[in-house]
Design a protein around this ligand. Structure first.
Ligand code: MN
Length: 295
């Protein structure tokens, strides 16, 4: 099943052509915090529960031309994988992979949905797209082994891990507001099947920049969930971005970014430099060692 968000706070289920508003039919009451699906997941919502819904009784409209929100507008946390594809390791001239770096966190306030705008923060620092498959956790997980890790996965979605190429730690460079476009919906794990063999492409305008298969992941889905759960407790509705393949590159004002993942769908967003400032004009820049005038 495909779980989407309609009009900001309505829980919806999507088929190929129709979107059904199931908000008033969910056995657990949806809330506003984090969008309608987060409290539902936190209250133990399951696919079986959704399968019992009578969709024909729900308000419905054609999916075409429907503007959707992020499936989880403010997840509990967004965990992300650095250097989890070998070809990205090579393009970044990295010496290490996720096995050495571990995972990092992106602010949960950085999420936007389909059709929203990525706000480029700086006029003179490169900001890149990173197309990624993301995991949505369904059950509380702590120290789970890889062999049982998939039992804790509720579903999958697309995520763009937008990144400034500057000197700050990853959590800063990847946590600006609007830096985690997510969607277009969550596809439940049963419908996706083997998430370690999904084709993934990312376009910027008409340029195909990234083209891979999740079979190339260094830490596959189960190993990544197992590893993350060895560091921190995973809660229902937490999101894990699995990492990006080669082909990251700069975004400019007015770029269109499109991420497509097999069995998931297409996520499209735009960029704007409307609020961009000079890097040297950011708060605190005067303390930067390299900005000091030469003696
Ligand atoms: Mn990334």
């Amino acid at each position: 099943m495909k779980l989407a968000v309609l009009n900001g706070d309505r829980a919806a289920i999507v088929t190929d052509t129709v979107i059904y508003d199931v908000t008033d039919f969910l056995p657990t009451r949806a809330g506003r915090h984090g969008g309608p699906w987060l409290p539902w997941l936190e209250q133990g919502g399951t696919v079986a529960e959704l399968q019992q819904l009578d969709l024909t009784a729900c308000p419905q409209q054609p999916l075409k031309n429907t503007r959707l929100g992020a499936p989880l507008s403010r997840p509990g946390k967004i965990i992300a994988a650095p250097v989890n594809y070998l070809d990205h390791k090579e393009e970044m001239a990295e010496q290490k992979t996720i096995a050495e770096y571990g995972v990092f966190l992106k602010a949960n306030s950085s999420v936007i949905g389909p059709g929203d705008e990525i706000e480029l923060p700086y006029t003179d620092k490169r900001t890149d797209q990173e197309g990624e498959l993301a995991i949505v956790i369904g059950r509380t997980a702590r120290n789970v082994g890889a062999e049982e890790a998939l039992d804790y996965v509720f579903g999958y979605t697309g995520l763009l891990d937008i990144t400034v190429r500057s000197t700050e730690d990853r959590s800063t460079r990847k946590s600006f507001d609007t830096f985690s476009p997510m969607g277009p919906w969550i596809v439940t794990a049963d419908e996706v099947g083997d998430a370690d063999s999904l084709s993934l492409q990312c376009w910027v305008d008409d340029e195909l920049r990234q083209d891979t298969n999740t079979s190339e992941l260094i830490f596959g889905i189960a190993e990544l969930v197992s590893y993350a759960s060895s560091v921190m407790t995973l809660h229902p509705g937490d999101v894990i971005a699995t990492g990006t393949p080669a082909g990251v590159g700069p975004l400019t004002d007015g770029s269109k970014v499109r991420l497509t993942i097999e069995k998931i769908g297409a996520l499209e967003v735009q960029t704007t430099a409307r609020t961009a400032i000079g890097y040297a004009d950011r708060p605190g820049a005067r303390h930067q060692v390299h900005a000091l005038p030469r003696q």
